[in-house]
Ligand binder design. Structure first.
Ligand code: XLS
Ligand code: NI
Ligand code: NI
Length: 442
């Protein structure tokens, strides 16, 4: 077997990506994202906390149901799994350092391929966690979150924690235990559960209540284990309504919050919200964020975008500054990210086959978020938007409206008041006016 050369440069000819400002014509520079620039009290870097998703950028080779992979990543050429995994990790850390991302995220079997036996898989993981530790130390890149892939292996075809076969649940538990251990070893700030196969394809063969109870039990066990091992970060659930299952139990923010409340998990769990998952649930991303923020469980974000014509999870890089501004308005008003961040859960298109495309994609996404952050911050500073929204509820700020909010009125009081005040005057909701405020600053 060929000896591995450590420290190979994979993205040759591409140096660190720097902020060059709006006048720059350099496609390998930021035009809006200046990590050290202050927006309010924090720098852009502190606000946005960008993370690179290991799976899309270094593992996904562009295969689709109609065709073979299109991306010949030079880090995937070795036939030896550890050699290959280390090359891939070298490439990942080279990319993250050059793009200037402070964080990354991974699934267990992104960092090394799963082996035939559980024992060998665990050994491989151990080797790669040690390697990641060293790479993090050298580069300063940190782990935003770790997770376990409980959806690719055929054993999970009927679900992982919600599988009707207890033996499969044990395997899922093993993976989650190991992934929590890895996350702790690498100083991960959060741990994510995305339940792609936690749901059903047909209700005819599914005991939904029992499966959901199993999921709750499983999450309690994971929480208890993590806390016992000293993990004091946040556990995150990432809602998605469908795909790969027909119906997934973590459908959307509201569904997950009611699940967390029902099963007494609100103290340890928050939400990791993804743009394309929101749109699959027929919500705006802004809606999903607001529902979570209102319940105090807005944890982190998976950034991408769907396609307005296709109805699936296309995971494209974000570029719609107007919609991102709506999202950042919610984030800023809820106090901004503390433990969470913005993970680019997005992939370059199948026909974007150059290594440089991974850079263009992230540069575009990062710049779009920088613009949205500045726009949202300016809108809030300007104050007209929040003032007008508050004014819409002005009738609750004094008199009988205030008494209503304070629980001092009954239904018959409302009836008596309606009789004395008569038909209310029409008050415009002024949606277009509100939209124009956003347009003014975007
Ligand atoms: C898939 C999900 C997945 C999670 C991590 O749609 O977005 O990538 O973020 O398991
Ligand atoms: Ni997704
Ligand atoms: Ni995601």
């Amino acid at each position: 077997m060929k000896e591995r050369t450590a420290g190979n440069e994979f993205f040759k000819g591409i140096g660190p990506i720097r902020f060059e400002g709006i006048k720059s014509d350099n496609p390998l520079a930021f035009r809006f994202y200046n990590p050290t620039a202050k927006v309010g009290k924090k720098t852009m870097e502190q606000h946005l906390r960008f993370a690179v998703a290991y799976w899309h950028s270094f593992c996904g080779t562009g295969g689709d149901p109609f065709g073979l992979p299109t991306k010949n990543f030079p880090w995937l050429t070795s036939s030896d799994p550890i050699h290959r995994a280390k090359d891939k990790m070298d490439a990942a850390f080279e990319f993250m350092t050059k793009i200037g991302a402070p964080f990354y995220c991974f699934h267990d079997y992104d960092i090394v391929d799963e082996a035939i036996t559980l024992k060998e898989s665990e050994k491989r993981l151990e080797t790669m966690v040690a390697y990641a530790k060293q790479k993090q130390k050298e580069s300063g890149v940190k782990l935003l979150w770790g997770t376990a892939n409980l959806f690719s292996n055929p054993r999970y075809m009927n679900g992982a924690a919600t599988n009707p076969d207890f033996h499969v649940v044990c395997h899922a538990g093993t993976q989650v235990k190991n992934a929590i251990d890895a996350t702790i070893a690498l100083g991960g700030i959060n741990y994510v559960f995305w339940g792609g196969r936690e749901g059903y394809l047909s209700l005819l063969n599914t005991d939904m209540k029992r499966e959901q109870e199993h999921m709750a039990r499983f999450l309690h066990m994971a929480r208890d284990y993590g806390r016992k091992q000293g993990f004091n970060g946040t556990f995150l659930i990432e809602p998605k309504p469908m795909e790969p299952s027909k119906h997934q139990y973590d459908f959307d923010s509201a569904t997950v919050i009611s699940f967390l409340r029902e099963y007494d998990l609100m103290d340890d769990f928050k939400l990791n919200l993804e743009v394309n998952h929101a749109t699959l649930a027929h919500h705006t991303f802004q809606h999903e964020l607001q529902v979570a923020a209102d319940a105090g469980v807005l944890g982190s974000m998976d950034a991408n975008r769907g396609d307005y014509q296709n109805g699936w999870d296309t995971d494209q890089f974000p570029n719609n500054v107007y919609e991102l501004t709506e999202a950042m308005l919610v984030v800023l008003q809820s106090g901004g990210f503390t433990a969470g961040g913005i993970n680019f859960d997005a992939k370059t298109r199948r026909n974007s086959s150059d290594l440089a495309d991974i850079f263009y994609a992230h540069i575009g996404g990062i710049d779009a978020f920088a613009r949205a952050l500045v726009a949202a911050h300016t809108i809030l500073e300007d104050g007209e938007y929040t003032k007008l929204r508050k004014q819409r509820y002005g009738t609750f700020d004094s008199g009988k409206g205030k008494e209503f909010e304070r629980n001092k009125l009954s239904l018959t009081d409302l009836r008596d008041l309606a009789h004395t005040t008569g038909e209310p005057a029409q008050i415009s909701g002024r949606q277009e006016y509100f939209e124009n405020i956003l347009s003014k600053f975007v």
